[in-house]
Design a protein around this ligand. Structure first.
Ligand SMILES: [Fe+2]
Ligand SMILES: [Fe+2]
Length: 219
């Protein structure tokens, strides 16, 4: 179990847990709404924003690993391991793109749209879980001889890449934090500066992510 002194594994596990939880929400909520005759417009808008933010985060997370994480661990990760992890990223793309396409449909969504989202999210789950578990094990092993400074530098570079590519900060940062709860949220927040977790997320950005609140853990 990483501690705050291991920002690399704390950051990767935190993002992975937020993605896992969000994917479960997409599966469950789309199943529920797909069996209803109609869904409130505002709820559908919130779900669309949540699904969009999920797709942005997943895309940026994988890009960051391929562009920064895996190359920096190349002396410790075999070429075969990197090819396997990158191949798993590729294998998730069809379901990822299907979710993006379904949620772009004009609102109100017919039941078939909700069911399409459900099928796509459900089909993404096994590949994501297998990838997450394999990657956490490989990265923990590969980085075990890194100094705290090397780990902190890599974690910082991954975070900077994520902030630059994961879509609007007012959406993606609250999305990460509020898809975590308890000690997972506390561990992830330990990596964020006070201005982000103490001012921007709870106050300044509140209006931007408000539509997603029905799908997030309580603040
Ligand atoms: Fe990955
Ligand atoms: Fe990852």
């Amino acid at each position: 179990m990483p501690t705050a002194t291991d920002p690399l594994l704390t950051g990767i596990q935190g993002i992975h847990r937020a993605i896992t939880r969000a994917l479960s929400v997409l599966v469950e909520e789309s199943r529920k709404f797909g069996s209803q005759d109609s869904v409130d417009h505002k709820i559908t808008e919130g779900f669309r924003l949540y699904a969009h933010t999920f797709c942005d985060l997943l895309h940026a997370h994988h890009d960051g690993e391929e562009e920064i994480g895996f190359p920096r661990l190349r002396a410790q990760l075999s070429a075969e391991a990197v090819a396997t992890l990158a191949g798993q990223h590729q294998d998730m793309l069809p379901a990822h793109h299907a979710i993006q396409t379904f949620v772009a449909a004009p609102i109100p969504w017919p039941q078939e749209t909700w069911r399409g989202i459900h099928r796509a999210a459900l089909s993404l789950m096994p590949g994501w879980i297998a990838h997450r578990d394999a990657e956490e094990k490989l990265i923990a092993e590969a980085s075990k001889d890194f100094s705290p400074r090397e780990k902190a530098a890599l974690a910082k570079d991954l975070e900077a890449h994520g902030m630059a590519h994961a879509g609007p900060g007012p959406l993606v940062v609250p999305f990460i934090i509020y898809n975590l709860e308890g000690k997972d949220r506390a561990a992830m927040c330990s990596l964020f500066p006070f201005i982000l977790k103490g001012v921007l997320v709870p106050y300044v950005w509140r209006g931007a992510y408000k539509p997603m609140l029905p799908f997030l853990f309580p603040r």
